[in-house]
Design a protein around this ligand. Sequence first.
Ligand code: S3P
Ligand code: PEP
Length: 433
Amino acid sequence: MDVTISQSRVEGRVRAPPSKSYTHRAILAAGYGDEAVVTDPLVSADTRATMRAVEAFGGSVDRAGDDSRLDVSGFGGRPDVPDDVVDCANSGTTTRLVTACGALADGLCVFTGDDSLRSRPQGPLLDAIGQLGGRAESTRGNGQAPLVVGGDTGGGRVSIPGDVSSQYITALLMAGAVTDEGIEIDLETELKSAPYVDITVEVLRDFGVDAERTAEGFAVPGGQSYDPVGGEYAVPGDFSSMSYLLAAGAVAAADGTSVVVEGARPSAQGDSAIVEILESMGASIDWDREAGEITVPRASLSGTTVDVGDTPDLLPTIAALGAIADGDTTIENCEHVRYKETDRVSAMAEELAKLGASVTEDRDRLTVHGGESDLVGARVDGRADHRIVMSLAVAGLVADGETVIEGGEHVDVSFPDFFDAMASLGVDVERSE
Ligand SMILES: O=C(O)C1=C[C@@H](OP(=O)(O)O)[C@@H](O)[C@H](O)C1
Ligand SMILES: C=C(OP(=O)(O)O)C(=O)O
């Protein structure tokens, strides 16, 4: 689907969707347990992949008609061997989290996904499962899905790099809790995307499961069971999704107005750093943490320097902001952002250039030279990547004329109502097949 965004001014209130990261974890945690209700879940293409996996493992996930809750019956600790191959679609989180779970099965599980998913790195997780005595292979022998895992894997000690994906750590912690021995994880390199493991530890705690940071890495004792207090778990709002709404306010709020984003209660999400990043660029933001509301009027933005080691998903948003701001915006420590749905460092460099931005790309750094020329609407490729699509839509608010984004339907991965939300703020959005 092509989506055309015309230069627009925005104003009004909008609610951020629920967190994708918390929803994945809550569904799988409930799956590891007996019965739990997940309230305010994100129902999107990626979280549906995790629901399918829980069902393939012998659980069930019933969606309320309005998607306001999920009633999960778990598989009670150890997963069944699925009847069929499990399709993880476009979701890296699903793939990593269910791979470690599938390794506990007394038989073999096969996990696959779309073209993008089958190009993402899984080798370190397969290797870790091997260290625990399980079977874990890439069918093509290239460390990528399709994956075959199983073998009633036990606990123990593993050593794993920290700079490819934090999702390997999350996966091992979640699975380790139901092993007899537990799992101790030694990190071989510095951990990137660390706040995502904080989210995991928080969700595990809320499901009554202990896991902790150690001098070497992380550890989770075995023999634990998943059971949320009161049988319910509520998902908070998503700060990665919020970043596009806040950015829209900062670059395009109508004179004397602002954008108010609801659903912004503080949580362990590293991507709440978008508030400080916008402030460092000159935006004047009011965050009422108690009410969970962030108010942002338009500002004249200037370039900044941001280390995205902890916040990889913000790179596309920051790059789009950098193209609108005056002066250089330098995004550092971003090599791991190349291992996402697409290589987001190159994708943003190339697509922003089509809108007239000047960008310098290095392996671990992206510099956007803002203010050198005004952005001009053009046809851009969303790279079948939800975050590239949403960030280009932000740039399109300011670009002169029309910006046509190819592949707009991919917002379904994390923010299915994204274009409706933008239209409700006053953005001139046209969709065509
Ligand atoms: O655990 C999670 O929920 C996520 C972890 C991050 O991935 P990496 O740990 O692979 O960087 C992030 O990019 C992804 O969108 C969601
Ligand atoms: C990288 C992302 O998700 P995942 O790793 O689950 O595909 C994302 O949402 O930006």
